[in-house]
Structure formats: structure tokens, C-alpha cells
Design a protein around this ligand. Structure first.
Ligand code: HEM
Length: 410
């Protein structure tokens, strides 16, 4: 650990919102892994970048979320009066056991491998419709016209959001990503977060009312019934976790598809290989997850003093950041040129979905969505070309890594 280590030219080693970092974080990760394996940020967070420490922190019970305590320490005690932070404090993603176990247990059945397998025909139908809508045009934005519609439609189906309400979600701005970045929000960003959160709360409260009167086969009906059951979950937990599922269900998968397509088109040999051998697709999705993860980081808090994390002592109550995108390129685990995209790579086990008790609930769903979307695109538009593979426009967020747009023609 060295609080003052800087990169060549004096630039800070970890400045995740700088344009250079957003464009290509990987050289920065390599410097962290080699120069300062447990780096301390100006905000006092401990940054892990090697696979060994990232993986340990995610799975070890001495690290937890402690959301209210951690957030209050960062922003002051008033912060929990802000609706957006209050709402996040009820997310299973931010909860520790036993609350975490209870909340996750209420929805986990909807995401089992079997349930997700059954969704294949519906996923295929949505992907085909998206291509049908643009095929005569000869060009599209792969993000807006293709990658985005699929996960939004699927999570709307799962939650039971009526068709006639969906257009607003297709048009929504996807600006919530800043909430997850490890750089504190400005007062203006908190205000925007509150406005978005209150709108979502208002919408879902009405939908809960509808499902109480008119139950369906969907997740919202299931959770509304759990709420009515008595002490399984409170109304605030219900609303917050529906907002979480809705956001987690689309902000991430759209970027897995987009980042994967960009990586393929930047590596024409791999693109040609995958077109020639579609049976490689399942492994290719794992490689896309590893190569350029749509979630780059998560974090934990030390629940007790830690005497040795990568040779460093960390007192109780400190924040530890886990750079998933960096662990995925650690040569200690991927000795064969980790910076290369290789759709035939063996033993790819990316940390992109996290690990331990918070392991992504939607992992299998995201994999199948990406698999069907990518395979169908390569099959139906075999001569598709991305207009500018060298300088695509990235969204300005770090934790959620993805493209603003990706225009392509055929
Ligand atoms: C490529 C797509 C996705 C990626 C890379 C991703 C990544 C992650 C990661 C890294 C975590 C763990 C965070 C932590 O340990 O602190 C997580 C948790 C979670 N994800 Fe995903 N996710 C994806 C798609 C989805 C989808 C499609 C859904 C739901 C429809 C979803 C729902 C969740 C939920 C509910 C949690 C919290 C689980 C818990 O706390 O127990 N994710 N995801």
C-alpha cells in the first residue's frame, strides 16, 4: 500500500471517472496490480485489483455491506433522509444477513436455471423483432435499437409491467449509473437521483395496487402477496427491491451485449471464427464477460480488523473496493495473454457477476440473453460493420461500463 504512488507523468493511479480511464481502464489496472496492489484512494477506500484479493473479499464473511454506516460516514447523518439513499438501503444488494437472506429468498426461484431456460423462445422472439424492425434500413444503433430493447422487455415481462406502460421505459435515459460509482455524488446528482427514485416509487405503488386487485403470474404479484403475508417484507423493501431488479435487469445486460459486439469487431479473426463455429458461442459469452465486463467494480466494508489483505492491515469499518474488471485480466489466473480476446479460451471464470452470497441473481438470464442476441445478429446480418470501432462513445460512468451508442451498417 502506498498512498502517494502515482503513474508515469504524475497522474493518479486510480482516477476512475477521468476520460482516459473510461475509454480504456485496462492499462490503469495493470499498473495498480503491479505497483500498488492495495491502493488507498483520496477518499480513504482500499482498492483491490488482483484476482486473489478481489475473490477473497467477495467470499469472506469478515467483509460485508454495512450500507447505512458506510454511507453516513461518507456523507454525514442527514444522507439517509434523501429518498434515493433511503431506498438503496433496502436493496438486497446492500443488505447483510439475515435481511439479505430473507430478501433474496423471496425472489430467487424466478431466476433458477430451469426458469431461465424456459425463457429462450421469448428471448429469441424479441431479438428477431428488433432485427425485423431495422433490417431494411441498412443501419442501426446497436445499443438503442438492438441491445437495449431485449433486457428491458424481459425484465418488464418478469415484473408484469403492462405492455401499454412500457414505451416510457424504452425511452428512459439510463442515467442512474452514477449512484454506484466510488466517487461521492454532488448535491445536484443527489437531487436528480431523488427525482428519478420518487417517480419510480410512485409508478410501482400504483402497479402494486393493480396487482393486489388483479394478481398475475409475475414477480410483483408474488412479492405483493409476500408483503400481505405479514412479516416477510415491508412496503419500503418491496418497492426498493423492485426498483433494484428493474435497474439491475437492464443497465448491465445491454452493456454485456454492446461491449461484446465491440470487442468482436475490434478482433476480426475472432469474429470470423465465431461466425464459422457458432457452437463456440457459450464460451465466447464468458470470454466477453472476462474481457470487458459491464460491471467493473463492487465494494465491501470490513466488519472486523483485517490483519493481512495482500500484506496490508485494514481496520474495521473501512471500505474495500473490488476491481472485477482488473481481476478478470490478472495474468496470475489467465497466463495466456489476458489482454487478448480469445473465444476459445479454456477455464474462463470471470468475476463479473461477483461471488459469495451476493453472486448475481440474473447471471444465467444475462448469459442467455447475450448468447441469443449475439448469435442471431451474426447469423441474420453477417456483413454488419461497426461505423467507428476505434473511437466509440462510452457512457461517463465507471462501475457500469458501456457504450452510449454504437452505430453500425450492413
Ligand atoms: C451482464 C449482466 C450482469 C452483470 C455483469 C451483473 C453483475 C452483478 C454483480 C457483480 C453483482 C454482485 C455485486 C456485489 O457482490 O456487491 C450482481 C448482483 C445482483 N444482480 Fe446482477 N449483473 C448482471 C445482470 C443482472 C440481471 C439481468 C439481473 C436481474 C434481472 C440482475 C440482478 C442482480 C441482483 C438482484 C443482484 C443482487 C444480489 C444479491 O445481493 O444477493 N443482474 N450483479
Amino acid at each position: 500500500m502506498n498512498e502517494h504512488v502515482q503513474g508515469a507523468g504524475g497522474d493518479p493511479l486510480f482516477n476512475p471517472l477521468s476520460p482516459d480511464f473510461i475509454r480504456d481502464p485496462y492499462p490503469h489496472y495493470e499498473r495498480l496490480r503491479t505497483l500498488d496492489t492495495i491502493h488507498v484512494t483520496p477518499f480513504g477506500q482500499f482498492v483491490t485489483s488482483r484476482h486473489a484479493e478481489v475473490s477473497l473479499v467477495l467470499r469472506d464473511k469478515r467483509f460485508g455491506k454495512d450500507f447505512v454506516e458506510r454511507t453516513t460516514r461518507r456523507y454525514g447523518p442527514e444522507i439517509m433522509n434523501e429518498p434515493v439513499f433511503r431506498s438503496m438501503s433496502y436493496w438486497m444488494l446492500q443488505a447483510d444477513p439475515p435481511d439479505h437472506t430473507r430478501l433474496r429468498g423471496l425472489v430467487v426461484k424466478a431466476f433458477t436455471a430451469r426458469r431461465v431456460e424456459d425463457m429462450r423462445p421469448r428471448i429469441q422472439e424479441i431479438v428477431d423483432q428488433a432485427i425485423d424492425a431495422v433490417i431494411d434500413r441498412g443501419h442501426m444503433d446497436l445499443i438503442e435499437d438492438f441491445a437495449f430493447r431485449l433486457p428491458v422487455t424481459i425484465i418488464c415481462d418478469m415484473l408484469g409491467i403492462p405492455e401499454e406502460h412500457r414505451e416510457v421505459f424504452y425511452k428512459s435515459s439510463r442515467d442512474g449509473g452514477r449512484l454506484l460509482d466510488p466517487v461521492p455524488l454532488s448535491a445536484e446528482e443527489i437531487k436528480q437521483g431523488n427525482a428519478g427514485n420518487l417517480m419510480a416509487q410512485m409508478y410501482f405503488q400504483q402497479l402494486f395496487e393493480l396487482r393486489r386487485r388483479n394478481p398475475g403470474e409475475d414477480l410483483i404479484t408474488q412479492l405483493v402477496q409476500a408483503e400481505e403475508d405479514g412479516n416477510k417484507l415491508t412496503n419500503e423493501e418491496l418497492t426498493a427491491n423492485i426498483i433494484l431488479l428493474f435497474g439491475a435487469g437492464h443497465e448491465t445486460t445491454v452493456n454485456l451485449i454492446g461491449n461484446g459486439l465491440l470487442a468482436l469487431h475490434r478482433n476480426p479473426d475472432q469474429l470470423a471464427l465465431l461466425k464459422a463455429r457458432p457452437e463456440l458461442m457459450e464460451g465466447a459469452i464468458e470470454e466477453f464477460l472476462r474481457y470487458d465486463s459491464s460491471v467493473q467494480m463492487t465494494g465491501r466494508v470490513t466488519l472486523e480488523d483485517i490483519d493481512d489483505l495482500g500484506g496490508v492491515t485494514i481496520p474495521k469499518g473501512e471500505t474495500v473496493l473490488c476491481l472485477l474488471g482488473s481481476a478478470n485480466r490478472d495474468p496470475a489466473v489467465y497466463p495466456d495473454r489476458p489482454d487478448r480476446l480469445d473465444v476459445t479460451r479454456q477455464n474462463v471464470k470471470p468475476l463479473s457477476f461477483g461471488g459469495g452470497i451476493h453472486f448475481c441473481l440474473g447471471a444465467q438470464l444475462a448469459r442467455i440473453e447475450a448468447e441469443i442476441a449475439t448469435a442471431t445478429l451474426l447469423r441474420r446480418l453477417p456483413d454488419l460493420r461497426i461505423d467507428d470501432v476505434e473511437n466509440p462513445e462510452w457512457r461517463p460512468t465507471f462501475v457500469l461500463r458501456g457504450l452510449k451508442r454504437l452505430p453500425a451498417s450492413w
